[in-house]
Design a protein around this ligand. Structure first.
Ligand code: NI
Length: 253
């Protein structure tokens, strides 16, 4: 399995990435995409990617971190992104759940577009974080197509919108939320898409799957997401492993 979205660069794990990778590998994880959310975390993601052959990095400024950006951060991200170990620009996007102020939302849009332009300049895909902003996110992607596509990480939108994102070259990331008891929406989305359209993720240390909900997440729990997808799609565990890996490689390599 490939964990397409984890934060080994988070303060919970960054001091002992070797231990993290070892534990996850024992649980069947072959590769990791370590995702940045600001300048510093992106830098650590690249460092981890250089130190561990199983790890790759995504670099970018998360919408909720846009208001804390410092001068030169975007230039720094651009420099980091040139590295071959950086597979994507991310996580980038829009988050209106935490930021309700219009001026901040405008700023989020501005930096989302700037980072899409960067991805296109470097011919890399993007990893999107979107919360309570699917319509605006779609309009931006339609007006600023991403050549290499990307992933809607932890997709929480409707099945109808899912088809629109898929048409624009995106796959959907499924993680812990799919395993929650009240997970009607992600389940409906998964049922409605083809097997070419999903990849696996944990978002560790966040969003631990059931029965670890509320605890610190870890890539070693990714099998719980994989098992749930197999159950919903009515296919074998091996088939989900194979298909999600193929989907990941199509977008990110
Ligand atoms: Ni994340």
């Amino acid at each position: 399995m490939i964990d397409s979205h984890c934060h080994i660069n988070d303060v919970s794990f960054k001091d002992n990435p070797a231990e993290y990778v070892k534990l996850a590998k024992c649980a069947g994880i072959a590769e990791f995409l370590v995702v940045g959310y600001d300048e510093k975390s992106s830098r650590i993601a690249v460092e981890i990617a250089k130190n561990f052959p199983e790890c790759f990095a995504a670099v970018g400024i998360h919408p909720s971190d846009v208001k804390r950006m410092e001068k030169g951060d975007l230039e720094s991200i651009e420099k980091m992104a040139q590295d071959d170990r950086v597979l994507a620009i991310g996580e980038i996007g829009l988050d209106y759940y935490w930021d309700k102020e219009e001026s901040v939302q405008e700023q989020q849009k501005e930096f989302f577009i700037k980072q899409i332009d960067l991805a296109n300049k470097l011919n890399k895909p993007i990893s999107i974080h979107c919360r309570d902003a699917y319509e605006d996110c779609y309009q931006i992607l339609k007006a600023h197509p991403v050549k290499k596509g990307g992933v809607m990480h932890c997709y929480g939108g409707s099945p109808e919108m899912a088809q629109l994102f898929i048409k624009l070259g995106f796959v959907l990331g499924f993680g812990g939320t799919l395993t929650f008891k009240n997970a009607r929406k992600p389940r409906e989305v998964l049922e409605s898409i083809s097997s070419n359209d999903y990849i696996l993720e944990t978002d560790a240390p966040y969003l631990a799957p059931d029965p670890y909900r509320g605890k610190q997440n870890h890539s070693k729990y990714l099998y719980l997401v994989r098992d749930k997808i197999a159950e919903i799609k009515g296919v074998s565990l091996e088939e989900v492993d194979r298909q999600s890996t193929e989907n990941f490689n199509r977008i990110f390599r």
